[in-house]
Design a protein around this ligand. Structure first.
Ligand SMILES: [Mn+2]
Length: 450
């Protein structure tokens, strides 16, 4: 009877949202997964790709990986690994080779040179070597086949069935998305993980007892042919689509929905058991309501949300309102406010008539939209100028604002914006306790994106 751990997508070194402490948390999750596996006395550990977030991990990240993987090595627990799309390299030597040289893991897959040792065996395949893992215990032998992430184009030319054939009890490790399974998961896949597939289910060679997959960051398990097929998912939450809890406003109340668990697998006698890890909670909130309702309801909801949570707040209403106060309603570790304010059609308007954008916005508002656009935050300086220079007065429905010569002002602001191109598209989120920026309220009004 064999017992092993299956870990995937640890993403060591990932400073999520540019927060160094998130990289520490990704490392911590991996450390706990390995420690639990060792404590459970597994026979071996599988790492199904994306151990690192980048193909060239920093010395600090490498040091962490070495420290964590030293425990199983010192206990004589072999680790078998494949490279993922994040950490594979086009060069001959990757960080995995370095770890292998230190006796910390065994790299399975296509390699330039053959390897023959206690845990690895090779056979020629064209001008390369296909290296497989071998684990023996009490006369029982298990083969661990697999290879690193490959593109859809490569896989089309090199069908897996031609390369992998199970012999006896065998495991197949791959770091790929599979069309049918991705489609099945679609509903709750992290947002950045949609349409991630290079294979169809039928492309998988049959006859393996366990398909140890990686790449899809959501935990998922099913069966294929005679075996179990498992994606453990990433060890930490990947984005706000990968939430722990989601709240949607239905017009009267927030409806809560639980997201996916985070963790890895311990497989005993070919039966996978999920081991949940307590990780940083991500909460995704969406509300479409007026300012007063949104304030009241978020204040109430805020009491239910853990202080250490990362929260995305999606606000939508038909007129803009000041969202700066919302930061104090949700006293969490990290808050990202996303706003969409769209005016609905006015009363008395003939249906079927296409409304003109000029009917809804003050010229300065229009210019502001043009300046900022989507993700053009570098122009925010220009927008601030635009508003701070006065004469700005919100335009009530159907009435004109009092701004004089808005076009000239807008043009001047645009020039200002071009003079000071700043780093944009990043730091869209204001972290709790971050220094308050000048013009904060205005920016919050404009999109809450800083
Ligand atoms: Mn990954």
């Amino acid at each position: 009877m064999v017992k092993f751990a299956h870990i995937a997508d640890a993403h060591l070194g990932y400073e999520q949202y540019r927060l160094p402490y998130r990289a520490a948390e990704f490392a911590e999750a991996f450390r706990r997964a390995v420690e639990i596996s060792v404590r459970e006395d597994v026979d071996f550990i599988l790492i199904s790709g994306d151990l690192f977030h980048q193909s060239r991990p920093s010395p600090e990240t490498l040091k962490e990986a070495i420290e964590i993987l030293s425990t199983p090595r010192d206990r004589g627990i072999p680790v078998f690994a494949i490279e993922g799309n994040h950490d594979r390299t086009q060069r001959r030597i990757s960080a995995y080779h370095l770890l292998e040289g230190l006796g910390l893991l065994n790299l399975v897959g296509l390699r330039e040179e053959g390897v023959e040792n206690e845990h690895l065996k090779s056979r020629r395949l064209g001008n390369k070597f296909l290296v497989k893992g071998v684990f023996e215990k009490n006369g029982e032998s298990i083969e661990i086949h697999g290879m690193r992430y490959m593109s859809a184009a490569w896989l089309e030319k090199n069908p897996l069935e031609g390369m992998f054939r199970p012999k006896g009890d065998a495991i197949l490790m791959l770091h790929q998305g599979i069309k049918e399974l991705v489609e099945e998961m679609m509903g709750v896949l992290p947002e950045s993980q949609r349409d991630y597939f290079e294979l169809k289910l039928g492309d998988l060679p049959k006859g393996y007892l366990y398909y140890a997959l990686g790449h899809i960051h959501k935990n998922f398990e099913t069966t294929y042919d005679i075996g179990k097929l498992v994606y453990p998912g990433s060890l930490q939450r990947w984005d706000f689509g990968d939430y722990e809890t989601r709240y949607r406003w239905d017009g009267r109340a927030f409806k809560a929905r639980e997201g996916t668990r985070k963790g890895f697998y311990i497989v005993e006698d070919w039966n996978p058991r999920f081991v949940e890890l307590k990780v940083r909670p991500f909460v995704d909130i969406r509300i479409e309501a007026d300012e007063e309702t949104a304030r009241r309801e978020l204040e109430r909801l805020g009491k239910k949300i853990p202080k250490e949570a990362f929260v995305r707040l999606d606000l939508k209403w038909e007129r803009p309102f000041d969202v700066s106060a919302f930061y104090s309603l949700l006293p969490v570790r990290y808050l990202y406010v996303r706003t969409r304010f769209e005016r609905k059609s006015r009363k008395g308007e003939k249906s079927g008539e296409v409304p003109k954008v000029e009917d809804y916005f003050h010229p300065i508002e229009l210019k502001a939209i043009e300046l900022t656009g989507v993700k053009k935050l570098g122009n925010v300086e220009g927008v601030i100028e635009l508003f701070l220079e006065g004469e700005w007065e919100p335009k009530e429905d159907g009435t004109e604002g009092k701004a004089e010569e808005p076009r000239e002002k807008a043009e001047r602001a645009e020039k200002e914006a071009k003079k000071s191109p700043r780093e944009h598209e990043e730091e869209k989120v204001r972290e709790k306790k971050a220094p308050q920026k000048k013009g904060k309220d205005l920016l919050a009004w404009l999109g809450g994106e800083r």
